[in-house]
Design a protein around this ligand. Structure first.
Ligand SMILES: [Zn+2]
Length: 75
């Protein structure tokens, strides 16, 4: 079964259904039902995204990785 339903990506574009494990999964656009064009650059080590998109996804979330301060209940 073809997952891209015959859709052919424009030159230089990578379809999510055709991406390898080493390609950035950042979705650039939706071309049709279940058909996505992705970034497709080489991924950052240990990430699902390239360096630029890894930073977009994770770069501003450092605070969430810290333990949360204890919550003091009033009663
Ligand atoms: Zn990317």
């Amino acid at each position: 079964m073809r997952t891209n339903m015959g859709f052919i990506a424009a030159p230089g574009k990578v379809l999510l259904s055709e991406a390898s494990h080493r390609q950035c999964r950042w979705i650039e656009s939706r071309e049709g039902f279940g058909v996505y064009v992705i970034c497709g650059k080489r991924i950052r080590e240990g990430s699902s995204f390239c360096v630029g998109h890894h930073d977009v996804v994770w770069g501003n979330r450092r605070d969430e990785q810290r333990p949360r301060p204890p919550v003091f209940r009033a009663a």
